[in-house]
Design a protein around this ligand. Structure first.
Ligand code: BV8
Ligand code: ZN
Length: 287
């Protein structure tokens, strides 16, 4: 039978209802409605600089003050925003007590490329409303595969701490305001940048930079290898290895559904393509 792509939500819910190993692969578009600018969208992550060139170990080595201002700006932005309806829809669906009536006896994992921490916050919120103790299992269902903005990692010892303090250190205080004014970035002395609370050397943001390998990638690959439904949400599907997960699921006979505001890399191979804001579409699709 010739390949038929569908945008039929009713047909999608039938596939969802019979799926046993469901994954969501999420990108920056999931958090767009919360006010977090996407990487490649019009908003552009950081008007002054190309985010991609700053998210590298080379950039940090060369100019840790500039890279820390970039991440401080994103930390301060993420601290001011809340999860949106799409985060909430995924979080609710991750609770066994809710998913059982939609996709009986299924397993679920959210694999997010986002580092903003909004999906774990949405899950915390969904769990606080749940009365079913078994729902706690959902806490292990979120994989932040590119790390977390609020993890501060030592550049020497392997100390990592979760730190949402604002400002993260005196030296960076208020520099986020300069970004909006497109003002030149101040030269922050090395000694005033964040330091490891255990050994005192320079710390770095606890995210995975381009050219760095994905921690525990084998765990993620095993989950992808089991999946019979891959729901791709709000990603340009241009960053590897996340961009290949959907193809892998299709190659093993699974189905792929893409939810995006506009066309994205490889979406013509998807079994389902839903074009529109995920904050509107996902509550319908996973409800
Ligand atoms: C690895 C953390 C291997 C940091 C990120 C050449 C040299 C070196 C490496 C490579 C190379 N070629 C390829 C690679 C691999 C490289 C890569 O893929 N590069 C790309 C750019 C070509 N990948 C890596 O380096 C990865 N590691 O491969 O390791 C290895 C093995 C051994 C030893 C060494 C290395 C590591 C990649 C991780 C990079 N870190 N983030 C930070 O955030 O600062 S990636 C970064 O991009 C974010 O995580 C982001 O999520 C991700 C992907 O972008 P998207 O999420 O898709 O966001 P984007 O803005 O692009 O798109 C938004 C989408 O949302 C759009 O489609 C838009 O239409 C849609 N949208 C907007 N609003 C809405 C919406 N959709 C729905 N509703 C809405 N409302
Ligand atoms: Zn240290």
């Amino acid at each position: 039978m010739a390949f038929q792509q569908s945008d039929n939500m009713h047909k999608f819910s039938k596939v969802l209802g019979s799926a046993k190993n469901i994954i969501v692969v999420a990108g920056a578009g999931l958090s767009a409605a919360s006010g977090i600018p996407t990487f490649r969208g019009k908003g552009g992550m950081w008007r002054k600089y190309d985010a991609i060139s700053l998210a590298t170990p080379e950039a940090f080595k060369e100019n840790p003050s500039l890279v820390w201002q970039f991440y401080n700006y994103r930390r301060e932005s993420a601290l001011k925003v809340k999860p949106n309806a799409a985060h909430a829809a995924i979080a609710r669906f991750s609770l066994p007590s809710i998913r059982q009536s939609i996709a009986p006896d299924s397993k679920f994992t959210l694999i997010t490329q986002n580092v903003d921490g909004l999906s774990p916050l949405a899950l915390e919120d969904a769990l606080s409303k749940s009365t079913d103790a078994a729902d706690k299992a959902a806490q292990k269902s979120v994989i932040e595969m590119h790390g977390r903005l609020f993890d501060v990692q030592c550049t020497e010892c392997n100390h990592v701490e979760f730190n949402r303090s604002s400002p993260i250190c005196k030296g960076l205080e208020g520099t986020e305001q300069l970004v909006e004014k497109n003002a030149m970035d101040p030269e922050i002395p090395f000694s005033s940048l964040p330091r490891c609370s255990s050994c005192g050397v320079l710390a770095r943001p606890g995210v995975v930079w381009f050219g760095e390998s994905i921690p525990h990638l084998e765990v993620i690959e095993d989950i992808v290898a089991e999946a019979d439904l891959c729901i791709v949400v709000g990603t340009s599907s241009t960053v590897q290895p996340a961009a290949s997960f959907a193809d892998e699921v299709q190659e093993q006979g699974g189905k792929v559904a893409v939810f995006n505001l506009e066309r994205s890399e490889g979406d013509s191979n998807a079994d389902f393509l839903f074009i529109g804001p995920c904050e509107d579409l996902l509550p319908k699709a996973l409800g």
